[in-house]
Design a protein around this ligand. Structure first.
Ligand code: HEM
Length: 470
């Protein structure tokens, strides 16, 4: 009893009940976990805790609290949880689940390599635009008939990661590419999986649900990545580094053999994490954007008008047009805010006791920065449930006020692919609206604004029509 009292001293408040079990019951009570968290925040305040089985979740809410933790106290709040799955399988390798010095070195290497490969530069824009061309052509082949954009959006966005990591893009019907995409179809992403129905179950210790499928897929992927790495090693030329694998080969020769950040098993996880974090996220946001355009034809019409007046119709929109496309920027920002596809961010973890705002967050607690609590805060975004891009325009119609749209999180762990994701969304969506009018399959039955939790918070499957503008 004394041990239990000591363990719980100073914890953030939260629902009581039978330790562990009540938390599991609570997690299974609503298929939209952010709804559960909104209720708990009203009752317990901006910082609360829930014991789920043997795992303690500490949920941070509101812009000030989350910024305080992830930015001002970044040294303590930038690690990942030491879950059983992380200890046994991932072993803290790669980008998404690593902590401490290993993560710092892996992240610095990845960011530097990605910048050299064109993040935020013209060379990457050219790669993305090649993919946009194929995307628009495939849409054109539907001849205005209703279709589901998911596989196309997924292939297009994955192909950009393939160009960056392997130095090659694939034809959409390439056998290897289809195989790769089917393996990256990560655990729990299917709408029928138990984790999709009760998303908070993924925080149970050991990640019991979906882990075996994930492991099997990962073994296959790892074999594939290793073959590609071996091929790269054979033709490696330090003066002609073309992709992320080349950059790793070049960098690892400068480091101590025992440095785990520059061993090839770390590269396998870096590649995997770029695919996992960089495919589903952007393609899901594109699918949400299309839903909001279908539901708000006036928004689509205003976007088209702006594109027509700034860019015209003889060439596609490019990044250099962006500063003049204020309304398009406002639409994309509003999609990022309202779609809120990673509403609980990626879990952070306490590697030692953290004393924060009068509470003790004990070592091994899982910390969830509840981004939904910011993106749907009525004080920051009045009527947050309404899709209204004009909230990001000033009186003169200039784009403004987007700094609290923290869809990519905050602080040192902020999304590594933010620059790429923003470039992709801008180029794909403005080109789509320029070339096609997008119309619902059934005007009396528009795709729903309510989504499902998989790996990300995504829309239910839907179809729409794209009619070429003449
Ligand atoms: C991490 C959002 C696209 C790569 C994250 C996090 C969020 C996020 C919320 C967690 C940050 C934290 O732990 O506090 C998004 C959204 C995207 C997107 C909304 C698209 C609209 C991408 C793309 C890439 C990418 C295209 C690939 C290049 C990563 C990586 C991490 C990450 C590697 C882990 C960073 C780390 O742990 O240090 N993302 N992301 N993301 N994202 Fe993204």
């Amino acid at each position: 009893v004394l041990g239990w009292i000591k363990q719980n001293r100073g914890l953030p408040p939260g629902p009581g009940g039978i330790p562990g079990l009540s938390g599991i019951k609570l997690m299974a009570s609503d298929k939209i976990p952010t709804r559960t968290f909104r209720k708990l925040r009203k009752k317990y305040g901006d910082i609360f805790s829930i014991q789920v089985g043997t795992r303690l979740l500490v949920v941070l809410n509101g812009y000030d609290v989350i910024k305080d933790a992830l930015v001002k106290r970044a040294e303590e709040f930038s690690d990942r949880p030491c879950s059983l799955a992380n200890r046994m399988i991932v072993k803290g390798r790669g980008l998404l689940a690593s902590s401490g010095e290993h993560w710092k070195q892996t992240r610095t290497f990845s960011l530097t390599a990605l910048r050299e490969l064109g993040f935020g530069k013209k060379s990457l824009e050219t790669k993305v635009m090649e993919e946009v061309d194929v995307f628009l052509d495939v849409i054109g082949h539907q001849n205005g008939k209703a279709f589901d954009i998911s596989p196309l959006a997924h292939s297009s966005v994955s192909n950009i990661i393939c160009s960056i990591v392997f130095g090659q893009r694939f034809n959409h019907d390439d056998k290897d590419f289809k195989w790769l995409l089917s393996r990256i179809d990560v655990q729990g992403a299917s709408p029928t999986s138990i984790v999709s129905t009760f998303p908070l179950l993924r925080f149970l210790p050991g990640d019991l649900f979906g882990i075996n499928r994930f492991l099997k897929n990962f073994e296959h992927l790892r074999d594939y990545f290793q073959t590609l790495v071996e091929l790269h090693k054979k033709v490696f030329d330090p003066n002609a580094s073309q992709d992320l694998i080349d950059a790793f080969i070049k960098e690892q020769s400068k480091h101590d053999k025992d440095n785990p950040a520059f061993r090839y098993d770390n590269l396998d996880f870096i590649i995997l994490h770029l695919f996992l974090a960089g495919t589903e996220t952007t393609s899901t946001t594109i699918r949400w954007a299309i839903i909001y355009l279908l539901r708000n034809p006036d928004v689509q019409a205003r976007m088209f008008k702006e594109i027509e007046s700034v860019v015209g119709s003889s060439r596609a929109p490019i990044i250099a047009d962006r500063p003049s496309l204020h309304y398009c920027d406002a639409v994309i920002t509003e999609v990022l805010r309202i779609a809120n596809i990673v509403p609980l961010s990626v879990p952070h973890g306490a590697l030692k006791d953290i004393y924060f705002r009068g509470y003790r967050i004990p070592k091994n607690a899982t910390i969830l920065p509840n981004l939904d609590s910011i993106l749907s805060d009525p004080d920051l975004f009045p009527n947050p449930e309404v899709f209204d891009p004009t909230r990001f325009l000033d009186k003169k119609g200039k784009f403004c006020g987007a700094e609290k749209v923290v869809a990519f999180s905050l602080g040192r762990r902020v999304c590594l692919g933010e620059a790429l994701a923003r470039m992709e969304m801008y180029l794909f969506l403005t080109s789509l609206v320029q070339r096609y009018e997008i119309l619902p399959e059934d005007p009396d039955n528009l795709p729903s604004q309510e989504g499902i939790f998989g790996i990300t918070y995504g829309p239910y499957p839907y179809k729409f029509r794209a009619v070429a503008r003449v």
